[in-house]
Design a protein around this ligand. Sequence first.
Ligand SMILES: [Zn+2]
Length: 167
Amino acid sequence: MIISKNESLHRAIEIAHQALRDFRKKNGFGRAIAAPQVGFPIRMIALFLNDKKVTMFNPIISYKSEKMFTMWDDCLSFPNLMVCVRRHMSVSVTFTDEFGTAQAWEMCSQDISELLQHEIDHLDGVLAVDIAIKPDKVSVDCQAIVDRIEWLENKVKYISYVDYFIQ
Ligand SMILES: [Zn+2]
């Protein structure tokens, strides 16, 4: 089966990648979008990594490292929030690409791994705000969810509260 020749799936791929492009242009960030975020109740993720479009159908996490880390996450669905979450350091995923070919990405780097966990959560109806945790490196009281403007004004402080920061 060549997925991209299927009319409705082809349309979903186009719309998701277009939405991702539009969001990046407007907000200056955003590496991926999940189909449910743009109105398609299917297990598909559109990614833009290293200037390359990638489309994943039915991505499944086949490995999660035991080691975890905390980070400030953001999301195209609530661009005005920064959310502290804990993620696995590395994951492996299997998926079908838009040409219907089975693919496997083994033990991905930390930045790709956290992104995949975020996007696959979307497919299960889980948002970063649902799994928000207070940064555990701080003794001072820091909220798990922070307004992006407040976060940007005190970026150095907030980054120091977590294990990892993605530029
Ligand atoms: Zn998101």
